[in-house]
Design a protein around this ligand. Structure first.
Ligand code: PCA
Length: 204
C-alpha cells in the first residue's frame, strides 16, 4: 500500500511548520506501507493544485494531510471539511478570502474517510494527547482537506483521505506566552506513524 503524507511550509511569521517537520521525520516504510512525503504551500490558490498533482503522480491508496493548529494541546484528527474559505489572516500569497466557497457549487461539506476515532484511540492508548476535532477551520488546512475529499468523491477514487492538525512544537512555544501548549516533534512523528498503522490495518 502507498500512503501520501503532506505537511505545510511555515506561515504566520513562524520559521518552521511542525506539520512538515514531523512528516519529514517519518521512515520511508511503515509496516507494509510505502510513505510518500510532500510539502504544500500555505496558499489558497496553490495548495489544492499541489496536492492534486502529488496524487496524480503517486497514485496513493490513502492520503493524510497534516497542518499546524497553534494553541492546540493535542493532535487533532479532523472529522469534517466545509466548502468555505474565510481567513482571519492573509495566506503566504497575501490573500485573505472572506466567505468564499472552496469549490463553486460543491457540496457543503465532507466527512473524513479515515477511521478518525480509531486513530485518536490509537494515539491516546500510546500516551500521545489526541482528540477527534469536528472542524478543520476555514483557513488553508480546511481548503486542502475539502479539495482532497472533493477530488476523491467527484472522481470516485479508491483513496481514503483525511486531515490531522498538530500543535506548536516545543521550539516554537519556547518564545511564546507562558502557558502556550506545545508538543515535542518526536511525539507528533510517533502520532503520525500510529495514524498510518491504523489506516494500514484497515486497508480496503
Ligand atoms: N495550518 C493552517 C494552514 C497551514 C497550517 O499548517 C491551518 O490550520 O489552516
Amino acid at each position: 500500500m502507498k500512503l501520501l503524507l503532506t505537511g505545510f511550509e511555515p506561515f504566520g511569521g513562524e520559521t518552521s511548520n511542525p506539520s512538515f517537520e514531523a512528516v519529514k521525520r517519518l521512515p520511508e516504510r511503515i509496516g507494509s506501507a510505502e510513505i510518500i512525503k510532500t510539502e504544500l504551500p500555505v496558499s489558497f490558490k496553490n495548495s489544492g493544485p499541489a496536492l492534486i498533482s502529488a496524487i496524480e503522480k503517486h497514485h496513493p491508496d490513502a492520503v493524510i494531510c497534516v497542518g499546524q493548529a497553534g494553541g492546540y494541546a493535542g493532535i487533532a484528527i479532523e472529522r469534517t471539511a466545509v466548502n468555505l474559505q474565510d481567513a482571519a489572516a492573509v495566506d503566504n500569497d497575501g490573500i485573505q478570502p472572506e466567505e468564499q466557497p472552496v469549490v463553486a457549487d460543491g457540496p457543503d461539506g465532507y466527512f473524513s474517510s479515515l477511521p478518525v476515532k480509531r486513530i485518536a484511540d490509537a494515539l491516546k492508548s500510546n500516551e500521545i494527547p489526541a482528540f477527534v476535532s469536528n472542524s478543520a477551520g476555514t483557513y488553508v488546512c480546511n481548503n486542502v482537506m475539502y479539495t482532497l475529499l472533493h477530488l476523491i468523491h467527484s472522481k470516485h477514487l479508491p483513496i481514503r483521505g483525511g486531515f490531522i492538525h498538530v500543535p506548536f512544537s516545543v521550539e516554537q512555544a519556547a518564545c511564546k506566552a507562558p502557558g502556550t501548549p506545545s508538543m515535542a516533534l518526536e511525539y507528533m512523528t510517533k502520532g503520525l506513524e500510529l495514524a498510518v498503522r491504523t489506516v494500514e490495518s484497515e486497508r480496503i
